[in-house]
Structure formats: structure tokens, C-alpha cells
Design a protein around this ligand. Structure first.
Ligand code: NAD
Length: 425
């Protein structure tokens, strides 16, 4: 029998790493995994905390705290993005590194999981300070990352330029080219075609398959999206322009808007670029971010933050499918309520795995110094995502559980098998 992860307070209930551990516990219980094996999966292999002290443009000295959580390396080099955010925390980095492990295993790419971050507000830093921070971070971690060890990538508030500086710093240290040390690079420096839209694209392949299962005609379907950044704005474009879906509600950190007759995604993006928010977009009405999630629609796509669907609001969700492009948008209690109410979830580490899958393609292209067309990238991505979706749904049916647990069971079995073959357990 394995010991349950108990949460006593609301703060603990919403703590990202506790949530990741509770999900893992629930899946391990379903497959009857032994306590000691569960224990070995419930914490990162290695957690690194660093301090970066640097001189700012105005001559002042500032110290930033950074992290790298290397969760599990049994299936290959570890992989995971780097977040720069004022609210970055040890718990969030650990949770995201766990989800990266399950993500890579679920879509069956030969990588382990990791994640990194720096507590900072990049919006307040100059270009010169951003570059210094990027180079310092990789210098502190240079012995712990590498194409065959741990391969970082962009995440919230980091971008291809930051990846280029990090790659350059790493190559300077080791004295040779090593493009596969990092992914999400600019195309000119070995980035992959299709990487910028890969997360959204991968999500739409899952949505297409889920629509078939639920007899939803996407051309007549309605979609609500929370968050209009990289993942959210691209998924809106693809679903509207390639699948004919009607986008009826969108939001960002400043608020939400809706129009049941449909919103044109390109217009919304142009308006957001001009005004920095979708709020006030022509031909839309304002709505609260909470009410947006509860709108009547076929597909709801959280594409912003963690813990937005929880015990309090889960019963009000009216969508038939929740496609989680964000990491960790639904708490375990909310999962149970949605499952009971017949709402289908495409779980985060399946739905948003398109990003890491194309990052993996970028590593492969970097090893061979041979680059693929966008068409080749998307065809390969479609195969991987469609298969992972089918495997997940079938596993959930086999265990009479929800899709999140189905995806966890596939991932855990693959990781445990690799650990056994290596003789670790
Ligand atoms: P981003 O920074 O480009 O966009 C985030 C969006 O969320 C912005 O529009 C922001 O305004 C909005 N937002 C912030 N707070 C909000 C709130 N309270 N209510 C509504 N909207 C809010 O980030 P992104 O890259 O699009 O990532 C979004 C999510 O997708 C994250 O959970 C991230 O981990 C996940 N994800 C992204 C990728 C990727 O390749 N971009 C890959 C895997 C997972």
C-alpha cells in the first residue's frame, strides 16, 4: 500500500508540487505500484538552487534566485523550459519538471523531464540585463546541462533570443558548437521550423481526435480560450482557419471578452499587439475571467495559468471538452467533478506536448545538422500526437478512469520500465 498525499489547507490544496504528487499517487494506486517505487518517482533526482549576482545598468547590484529541477533521466537526457517570472517558486519548478517527465513518456519521445526558472520580472530588465542574466544562468549550470544531460528551452517570458545567448555562452565554455544543448532557438541558429506554433498545433491534433470521439462537427463548434499568448492565440488561429471552429470567448491577464457570433482571431491578435490586451476589442462584450470559463461551448481551452478550474467552479463548466494547453489548470478535486459530470479532459501533459515534441525534432536536426521543412515537422508531430491521444483514451477505458489518469498510467509504466531495465529498481 502506498501512502496518500494529504493536503490540510487550501494553500496546500493549490500547491503545484503537492498537486503533481497527488496526481501521481492516484495513478500509482490504480496500477498497484509498490510504495518504494512510488517514493522514487515522487521527488526530483536532483534539485539545483543558484544565486546570480550582477551589476545592473544603473550601477546597482542585484541578486536573483534561480532553479533547475532534474526530475527523472531514466528514458534519456532531461528536457524542460526555463521560466522567468516574479512568482516563480521551488514548488512550481518541481511540479513542472514532474509533468515534463510524464509528458515525454506519454508521447513516447526518448527524453526525461526537467524544468528551470529565475525569480525576476523580465519586463523591468533592459536588453543588456536580460543577456547578462541568461549568460549567468547557463554559466552556473554549465556542468549540469548539455545535449546528453539536460536540454533547456523557452517557457513563460523567455524566448528564442534568450536561448541564443544561452547556447552561445555554453559553446564558449566548452569550446565547440553544441546546438542541441538548447531548443527553441532562432531558425538562423538551428531552430526548427514550426516550433513557435508547435504547442498549439499539437493540441489541435488532440482536439480533432476528441471531436471525432464525441461526434462534434468542428465546423459547427464553439470554442472559448483563456489566455491569448503564444499557446492561446495560435490555437485560436488554427482552430478557426484550418478547422472552421467559431471562437466565441477569449481573455488575457487584463480581462475577458465574448461574442457568440464569433471573434476573428487575427483581428484579436492585432488589437492585443496594439493595445496590450484583448479587452475592448471591437464587436465584443466584456465578461469576467471566471464567467468566461463557465460559458456554454463545445471546447474550453485553458491556455494561461495553473489552478483555474478548481473545486469551487468545476461544477459550472459547461464545455463538452476541456483541452488543457496550460500546465496544471485543473486541480485533482476538480478532475473528479468534471469526470462525474461527463466533461472530457485532454490532460495538459498530453494536450500541450507538441512544444516538447518539436523541441525533440530540433535536437535531432541539430545532431545531424540537417533541417526539415515545416510540412515534415507537422506530419511527424501529427503522427506522434494522434497516437498518444488514442493510447491515452484506450488506457483510460481499460482502467475505467479519466484521461488524466490514463495518460499518467502510460507514462509511469514507461518510466518504471526504463528504471527496471537500467537496474535502478
Ligand atoms: P504567454 O506568456 O505567451 O501567454 C500567457 C497568456 O495568459 C497571456 O495572454 C496572459 O495575458 C494570459 N494570462 C495571464 N494571467 C491571466 C489570467 N489571470 N487570466 C487570463 N489570462 C491570463 O505563455 P504561453 O507560452 O502561451 O504559455 C501559456 C501556458 O501554456 C503556460 O501554462 C505554459 O506553461 C503552457 N505551455 C506553453 C508552451 C509553449 O510552447 N508556449 C508549451 C507547453 C505548455
Amino acid at each position: 500500500m502506498i501512502e496518500e498525499v494529504i493536503v490540510n489547507t487550501q494553500q496546500e490544496e493549490l500547491d503545484p508540487f503537492k498537486i503533481a504528487q497527488r496526481q501521481l499517487y492516484n495513478a500509482c494506486k490504480l496500477i498497484g505500484l509498490e510504495q518504494d517505487v512510488y517514493q522514487s518517482l515522487a521527488e526530483p533526482e536532483k534539485f539545483i538552487e543558484i544565486k546570480i549576482t550582477m551589476k545592473m545598468d544603473d550601477g546597482s547590484i542585484k541578486t536573483f534566485k534561480g532553479f533547475r529541477s532534474q526530475y527523472n533521466s531514466a528514458r534519456g537526457p532531461m528536457k524542460g523550459g526555463i521560466r522567468w517570472h516574479p512568482e516563480e517558486s521551488e514548488s512550481l519548478v518541481k511540479a513542472l519538471s514532474a509533468w515534463m517527465t510524464w509528458k515525454c513518456a506519454c508521447v513516447s519521445i526518448p527524453l526525461g523531464g526537467a524544468k528551470g526558472g529565475i525569480i525576476c520580472n523580465p519586463k523591468e530588465l533592459s536588453e543588456n540585463e536580460l543577456q547578462k542574466l541568461a549568460r549567468n544562468y547557463i554559466r552556473k549550470l554549465s556542468g549540469d546541462v548539455g545535449p546528453n544531460i539536460d536540454v533547456p528551452a523557452p517557457d513563460v517570458y523567455t524566448n528564442p533570443q534568450i536561448m541564443a545567448w544561452m547556447m552561445d555562452e555554453y559553446e564558449t565554455i566548452i569550446g565547440e558548437h553544441a546546438p542541441s544543448v538548447i531548443t527553441g532557438k532562432p531558425i538562423e541558429l538551428g531552430g526548427s521550423e514550426g516550433r513557435s506554433v508547435a504547442t498549439a498545433k499539437g493540441g489541435t491534433y488532440c482536439i480533432r481526435e476528441a471531436a471525432i470521439d464525441h461526434d462534434i462537427d468542428l465546423k459547427k463548434s464553439t470554442v472559448v480560450i483563456q489566455g491569448y499568448g503564444n499557446a492561446g492565440s495560435h490555437v485560436a488561429n488554427i482552430l478557426h482557419n484550418e478547422y472552421g471552429c467559431k471562437i466565441i470567448g477569449i481573455s488575457d491577464s487584463k480581462g475577458a471578452v465574448y461574442n457568440t457570433n464569433g471573434i476573428e482571431p487575427y483581428d484579436a491578435l492585432a488589437y492585443k499587439k496594439e493595445t496590450s490586451s484583448v479587452v475592448g476589442l471591437q464587436n465584443t462584450e466584456p465578461i469576467s475571467n471566471e464567467k468566461l470559463l463557465e460559458m456554454e461551448c463545445d471546447i474550453l481551452i485553458p491556455a494561461a495559468l495553473e489552478n483555474v478550474i478548481k473545486k469551487k467552479n468545476a461544477k459550472n463548466i459547461k464545455a463538452k471538452i476541456v483541452a488543457e494547453l496550460a500546465n496544471g489548470p485543473t486541480t485533482p478535486d476538480a478532475d473528479d467533478i468534471l469526470y462525474k459530470n461527463g466533461v472530457t479532459i485532454i490532460p495538459d501533459f498530453l494536450c500541450n506536448a507538441g512544444g516538447v515534441t518539436v523541441s525533440y525534432f530540433e535536437m535531432v536536426q541539430g545532431y545531424y545538422l540537417h533541417f526539415w521543412s515545416e510540412k515534415e515537422v507537422f506530419e511527424s508531430l501529427d503522427k506522434i500526437m494522434s497516437k498518444a491521444y488514442r493510447d491515452t483514451v484506450n488506457k483510460a477505458k481499460e482502467y475505467n478512469t479519466n484521461n488524466r489518469m490514463g495518460a499518467y498510467i502510460i507514462a509511469i509504466q514507461r518510466v518504471v520500465n526504463a528504471m527496471k531495465l537500467r537496474g535502478w529498481i
